[in-house]
Design a protein. Structure first.
Lengths: 139, 313
């Protein structure tokens, strides 16, 4: 059964820079995905609860504030608590290379840094979701 | 999905597990295997919740108003579900579902469940599966289901088949009094909402709507006109009162039964049509169909005769 991939795109924490996340949301839309956009200043709790109620396949979090070493671990922890192991967590923004391995270890499978292309991001979501969910999707 | 897995999901959702509820909604939305079984299991328990539709043009403030309504119903300690529909792209099939942006203060409320739906090519203001999703939420411990349509124009009236009460949200400045007497969406409104009532032109909009209503004197229910300012929350209480008044009238006058019967007819006829088409397609066969289509295209057979021939054989 083919159906569109559902992605929650969020801005978490005290960070109002939403230009990038909107561009990515639009690109995923144009790739045939259903993108749930929740706006800026979300808490990790809000992001995870949204992904749960929307039965999202993936959660993409944009962070340009430097709070990534708090916010990502908290989101990953909440997702684990709620048994959302089959939901993909990825991120993007100003995140130093040195922090990426530690984030990968706690479950942020992929971080897109400045310069990443929209094709790259779209292809990643399209390939990684079916693997994680064990399903066929249409997008 | 295997029968037992579906049964487990229903049991866990009944016990209040939101993730299982979210999964059930997906199965029904995608018409995955198990969807029919879920609806069959739950159907007897549907029809208990109050279903309120909110429709109107894009940018009129529907999502903000739904957020306010959800808050007001929560104050009465009702458990609330929101189904918010946004359009799918006719080109890619993708969608940006942005109604949640206006509902953030409700995200962590234990008594609220919010689900965004893409219209997936359906044209009536809702997705094809919206009525079924509402049924799932209805059966699983919700008191009020708020259904927000895509931003609509004049003719997208599917919400009447889902909601017990339809609120039509309009805003000042969208057109003159002739717009207000046209057929279509205005006719399905049980409650008329003039949102952004703090803006210039609100009085004229209210007046045009009131005039339109005065021409429909024979209708047993006269839709009230409520002024709201969704951003400040002004008018929310009056809107809830108007919805409740309509509900009481609808239940007492037999309108609710009539409406639910009409909706059931649409649902059964739709399923029947799909089933008949499937059976017919099997009986006619692709090769005979293709042959007939080719003759119609080269004008050696007219389409009516083609259908007669295909049904006879």
């Amino acid at each position: 059964m083919k159906r569109p991939i559902r992605v929650v795109m969020a801005k978490a924490g005290l960070d109002g820079h939403d230009r990038g996340v909107k561009v990515v949301a639009r690109a995923l839309r144009d790739a045939g995905m259903e993108v749930i956009y929740t706006g800026v200043h979300q808490t990790p709790e809000q992001v995870v609860e949204t992904a749960l109620q929307e039965d999202a396949d993936a959660v993409g979090v944009s962070l340009l504030s430097g709070a990534h070493n708090y916010i990502f671990p908290r989101i990953a922890e909440l997702m684990r608590e709620k048994g959302m192991d089959d939901v993909l967590l990825f991120g993007g923004g100003i995140i130093p290379e040195a922090d990426v391995p530690a984030l990968a270890k706690i479950g942020v499978e992929r971080i897109f840094q400045p310069g990443a292309s929209l094709e790259e991001i779209t292809k990643y979501v399209r390939d990684a979701v079916p693997k994680r969910r064990g399903i066929a999707t249409g997008a | 999905m295997a029968a037992t897995a579906t049964g487990d999901l229903v049991a866990r959702a009944r016990a209040g597990d939101k993730r299982s509820l979210a999964r059930l909604v997906s199965v029904v939305e995608n018409d995955d295997p198990g969807a029919a079984e879920i609806l069959r299991t739950l159907y007897a328990d549907t029809g208990r919740a109050q279903v309120v539709g909110v429709t109107g043009p894009p940018g009129g403030g529907k999502s903000t108003l739904v957020n306010n309504l959800a808050g007001a119903y929560r104050e009465r300690s009702s458990r609330v579900a929101v189904v918010a529909v946004d359009p799918s792209s006719p080109f890619s099939g993708g969608a940006i579902l942005g109604d949640r942006i206006r509902m953030r203060e409700r995200f962590l409320d234990e008594g609220i469940f919010i689900r965004s739906m893409a219209s997936r090519g359906h044209a009536g203001g809702l997705a094809r599966a919206t009525a079924r999703v509402v049924n799932v939420l209805n059966a699983l411990g919700t008191d009020v289901v708020l259904v927000e349509t895509v931003g609509v124009g004049q003719e997208e009236v599917d919400v009447i088949g889902v909601a017990d009460t339809v609120c039509l949200v309009t805003v000042p400045g969208l057109g003159d009094d002739i717009q207000a007497i046209k057929a279509g969406i205005l006719e399905i409104a049980d409650v008329l909402v003039v949102n952004k009532a703090d803006r210039p032109g609100a009085d004229e909009t209210v007046r045009d709507l009131a005039q339109m209503l005065s021409l429909a004197k024979d209708h047993p229910w006269k839709p009230p006109i409520i002024r709201t300012s969704a951003r400040s929350g002004e008018g929310t209480r009056e809107l809830v009162d108007a919805i409740e008044k309509h509900r009481a009238w609808s239940a007492g006058s037999g309108e609710q039964v009539r409406r639910r019967r009409a909706a059931a007819r649409v649902e059964v006829e739709g399923l029947l049509r799909e089933a008949l088409l499937r059976e017919l397609a099997g009986r006619v066969g692709e090769s005979r169909l293709a042959a007939a289509v080719a003759r119609v295209a080269e004008r050696s057979l007219d389409p009516y005769a083609a259908v007669e021939e295909l049904l006879r054989g």
